[in-house]
Design a protein around this ligand. Structure first.
Ligand SMILES: [Zn+2]
Length: 118
């Protein structure tokens, strides 16, 4: 049974999710953006999961701001980022898991500058 958010809100530099079962997750916006599951952001990987082609999109300070969110099909969340990007669908399952166990982040590179949020 997939987790379902009861309420979600951007608090400072985090996305706070209150789940229907009473649990809460706090996810850093910078991490969420770096983990954007869309093909463009994830780059190309070989069969072993090694990154062959890094993501091309340069990120700016706006890239780490959230303009809005929208539930998709009862299983995922679409995040509208400040730079207009909104291709990634974050499944509730993943968001819930990331809240419990901080995920391994993709490597920082020229396309992924780590910018101060404020
Ligand atoms: Zn993306």
């Amino acid at each position: 049974m997939a987790p379902v958010p009861k309420n979600l809100q951007v608090l400072g530099d985090e996305l706070a999710i209150a789940w229907a079962d009473g649990a809460e997750s706090y996810l850093k916006l910078t991490d969420l953006r770096r983990l954007c599951p869309c093909a463009e952001c994830q780059g190309e990987r070989d069969l072993l999961g090694r990154l062959m082609k890094p993501p091309a999109r340069p990120l700016t300070a706006e890239s780490y701001q959230v303009r809005g969110t929208s539930p998709v099909g009862g299983y995922a969340l679409q995040i509208f980022w400040g730079d207009g990007h909104a291709d990634g669908l974050y499944t509730y399952l993943k968001l819930r898991e990331w809240g419990k166990n901080p995920p391994e982040l993709p490597p920082l590179g020229p396309a992924f500058p780590l910018l101060p949020v404020r």
